[in-house]
Design a protein around this ligand. Structure first.
Ligand SMILES: [Zn+2]
Length: 391
């Protein structure tokens, strides 16, 4: 592999305060050298070493690739009619997931793989260089195992979410379904997953069930993440912190105690504004979380029911407009924040030694991610030094 010099960068977001200004470690007139898939050098353009090849950004901004730490990409079908009905005034309930479960079970492996690949490519074109992917639309041993296996097509950050909702066959026996999720289904999925997740919400799994599911996963070496406090207040955030979860996701309805618990823990609060957008719901209060000292990540929650977007730039724009975040905070949360939510120290920054996941914007500043919503602001995307999308 040859070394590549990327120079002429008007604004480089490094996310390393040791390299530049503020929490974003912002460098003006910067350059980056990429070698063997890693960042080899970062500094002023005028001092850049020679390399085999050169990419002149001509005054554009470069930032770390987006880390989307929450996505549901293994599914079939869509829920256009449900979305339209909701926009006409119907309320969202967790039950809509059942429609996707039926379509996913009926789909062939190749249909699921094609949809997964299409969505991962769509995310990459918008600057996502690492994405997490959950199961959760199979809800049988075979269908969940198929989902975690297929997810490896697009990522190593695979999450077992057998506890998305109680499978329809167990509607009258939720305890029986928890036994399945913590028993044979876990046996089949654990070898293919890094994480275990549970939808802890009224209509899905209560606190005791969530604790049992996460404990079973922990015993098999899976690390918890929790769908918590999305539709109403509840025990999800508390359980996430208690079980040492990497992330509590949604965090829309939080008490002061929930916020204190997050701020005093290593559990990241992952906010998913695409879900509030697509369900026309009140957004989480990012300002309150950040001011309390919690680590905040932003993700798409890409799924066919409640947030059918793969666009991290869209989520950054929503976070700034609707959740009280500054553009700097939102860009940090969509990059370094996502890396923290996946407990990865090799992505989410632009510093020597780190994986060369970079986004060149078609703009002179990272602020344009929020300032120019809905336009194709991402120009070039490198993952581990390879171009994966070019505008
Ligand atoms: Zn989700």
């Amino acid at each position: 592999m040859t070394a590549l010099l990327i120079d002429g960068i008007a604004a480089l977001v490094t996310n390393d305060p040791g390299l530049g200004a503020g929490p974003l470690g912002l460098l003006a007139d910067a350059a980056v050298v990429v070698d063997s898939g890693r960042v080899a050098w970062v500094g002023p353009s005028s001092a850049a070493p020679a390399a085999d090849a050169r990419h002149d950004t001509e005054g554009r901004a470069v930032l770390p690739g987006f880390v989307d730490s929450h996505a549901h990409l293994v599914f079939a079908g869509d829920r256009t009619a449900e979305f339209a009905a909701r926009m006409a005034g119907e309320a969202y309930t967790a039950g809509g997931i059942r429609a996707t479960v039926a379509a996913t079970r009926a789909a062939s492996d190749s249909e699921l793989a094609a949809n997964l690949d299409r969505l991962a490519a769509e995310a990459a074109r918008q600057g996502t260089t690492l994405i997490e992917c959950k199961s959760g639309y199979g809800l049988t041993v075979g269908d969940e195992a198929r989902a975690v296996r297929l997810a490896h097509r697009v990522t190593d950050e695979v999450t077992y979410l057998g506890a998305h909702i109680v499978a329809p066959e167990f509607a009258d026996d939720p305890a029986g379904y928890v036994d399945l999720v913590t028993g044979p289904m876990l046996d089949a999925c654990a070898p293919h997953a890094r994480w275990i997740d549970v939808f802890c919400e009224r209509g899905a799994f209560d606190g005791d069930q969530a604790r049992a599911i996460l404990a079973a996963g922990l015993a098999r070496g899976l690390v918890p993440r929790v769908h918590a406090n999305q539709l109403g207040p509840g025990p999800g955030v508390r359980i996430a912190v208690e079980t040492g979860a990497a992330s509590a996701d949604h965090c829309t309805h939080l008490t002061d105690a929930d916020i204190d618990a997050l701020a005093g823990s290593a559990t990241v609060a992952t906010l998913l504004p695409g879900a509030e957008f697509a369900t026309r719901s009140a957004y989480p209060d990012a300002r309150r979380l950040i001011d309390a000292g919690a680590t905040v990540a932003l993700s798409t929650d890409c799924n066919p029911g409640t947030s059918f977007t793969t666009s991290m730039p869209f989520c950054v724009a929503l976070a700034v407009r609707e959740m009280g975040m500054t553009p700097d905070e939102a860009v940090w949360s969509a990059t370094a924040g996502g890396a923290a939510a996946l407990r990865r120290d090799d992505v989410g920054r632009v510093t020597p030694g780190i994986r060369a996941d970079l986004v060149e914007l078609d703009a002179p500043s990272h602020v344009h991610v929020a300032y120019r919503p809905g336009v194709p602001v991402v120009r070039t995307v490198w993952r581990a030094g390879e171009v994966v999308a070019r505008g």
